[in-house]
Design a protein around this ligand. Structure first.
Ligand SMILES: Cc1cc2nc3c(=O)[nH]c(=O)nc-3n(C[C@H](O)[C@H](O)[C@H](O)COP(=O)(O)OP(=O)(O)OC[C@H]3O[C@@H](n4cnc5c(N)ncnc54)[C@H](O)[C@@H]3O)c2cc1C
Length: 402
């Protein structure tokens, strides 16, 4: 066997894992479909618990130097006014702010780091067949030829519509539809760049992730049951900006905004695999669990996968056992995160008078971060999710203020 790991997909998941395994002496091949990365409208805002994982994986500094903007504050806006300014460095347990990065540049930087660490990277190649087994096999196309290879493990890191996942026969579970999200990269957005901005409006929300030099990734989120708005394509850019303008943050921030990439809309519903490893094939990143982008947890969860799988592989000679252990751990932490984001969704997006009253009662203490309450930004899957945490979260028990 020529390779220890063949990784299909050179996104955040695949390239961060390739770098980490190659620099520990493992023989790694990365197969990446794209010859050049383009804006696919993906995640560009990483929570503090993801920043902590990025540091442990040795990718934070190169990303910060090459394509990232570290922000200290998380500002919530209502009707054009700031209602809460959270100092993430002081209040998030990992002591980090949130980190905004331009996704295509991030992919180029990480794939280059993987190559420098000794991984072989083949771009413009598409995996067509994955056969679980001992050893697992992959067949791929690229540069006019078809190649078949075996490895100790095959890693599916090919994103939310993972082909490896279906080729290897994993079952996918899916949440009911709830939220939609549209995203666009813009220039000339004068939002303060030391903060990530969260705008809240009736039945909708925005996120503004400043990338530096007045460039920002804008997201607009809304309930699917209120009617799909189809905010995709060049012709809908001014409608998209209109939706953002009326949702929380100062309207004048959008006056000069200019599109600098494609506009695309997605159904947010989580979809995931329970036990994302079998017979030599293991899934990481969005291929294992694509979380609802409305909570901005995908990049951070992806890095947690890479960290967990790396540590598991590097501490065992039996890689079948190592990927089984990863898959158990993945079920646990993704399950915890999923519980937390479902609670947030129920609290923030439910309709009706009762839900409205509960929001009024609970949101002020949630924003000021009392102890013991699930915190998707600061803690993610490390949040408490026991019965008391649930009661505190939904305002059924008095919180203890930090
Ligand atoms: C609209 C939207 C907004 C988001 N916003 C946020 C956010 O603000 N914060 C956050 O944390 N997360 C966000 N996310 C989620 C985040 O983008 C993902 O969690 C993250 O990109 C997952 O990384 P990945 O490497 O698993 O997959 P991907 O980034 O999808 O990378 C997969 C790679 O595999 C390659 N590939 C695919 N198929 C094949 C094949 N057959 N053979 C070879 N290569 C292949 C692709 O070209 C790609 O390079 C958002 C997602 C969406 C859709």
């Amino acid at each position: 066997m020529t390779y220890d790991a063949i990784i299909i997909g050179g996104g955040l998941a695949g390239s961060a894992l390739a770098k980490n395994l190659a620099e520990r002496g493992y023989r790694v091949l990365v197969l990446e479909r794209e010859s050049r990365f383009r804006d696919r409208v993906r995640g560009e805002q990483m929570h503090p618990w993801g920043v902590s994982a990025a540091r442990r994986l040795g990718i934070y500094d190169p990303l910060a130097a090459g394509c990232g903007n570290q922000t200290r504050w998380w500002t919530t806006w209502l009707g054009g006014n700031p209602v809460f300014n959270r100092d993430l460095q002081a209040t998030a347990p990992h002591g980090a702010g949130s980190f905004n990065l331009y996704h295509p540049a991030m992919q180029e930087i990480l794939l280059e780091l993987a190559e420098k660490a000794g991984a072989e990277v083949q771009r413009g190649t598409t995996a067509d067949s994955v056969i679980p087994g001992s050893p697992p096999k992959v067949q791929y196309r690229g540069q006019g030829k078809t190649v078949s290879l075996e490895a100790r493990i095959i890693v599916g890191a090919d994103g939310r519509n993972s082909h490896v996942r279906s080729l290897a026969g994993f079952q996918v579970s899916r949440d009911p539809d709830r939220l939609m999200i549209a995203g666009l990269l813009c220039e000339e957005v004068p939002a303060p760049e030391d903060a990530t901005h969260h705008g809240v409006g009736p039945g909708a929300a925005t996120l503004i992730a400043p990338l530096g030099q007045k460039r920002a990734r804008l997201y607009f989120m809304y309930r699917k049951e209120d009617g799909v708005r189809e905010l995709s394509g060049e012709r809908r850019v001014s409608d998209f900006l209109g939706c953002c303008r009326s949702t929380g943050a100062p309207a004048e921030w959008y006056d000069e905004a200019r599109a600098a990439g494609p506009l695309a809309e997605f159904n947010g519903a989580d979809h995931w695999v329970d036990k994302p490893a079998r017979d030599g094939v293991v899934l990481i990143g969005d291929a294992a669990a694509a979380t609802d982008p409305d909570w901005g947890t995908g990049l951070s969860l992806t890095l947690l996968d890479v960290l967990t799988l790396r540590d598991s592989l590097c501490s065992a000679s039996d890689w079948d056992a190592a990927i089984r252990l990863y898959s158990l751990q993945h079920d646990r932490y993704y399950g915890a995160l999923h519980t937390v984001t479902r609670w947030y969704a129920d609290l923030l997006w439910s309709t009706g008078q009762e839900a409205e009253e509960r929001r009024k009662r609970v949101l002020p203490s949630l924003l000021t971060q009392p102890r013991g309450i699930p915190d998707v930004i600061g803690l993610g899957p490390e949040s408490p999710i026991d019965a008391r945490a649930r009661r505190l979260f939904f305002g059924e028990e008095e919180p203890v203020h930090a």
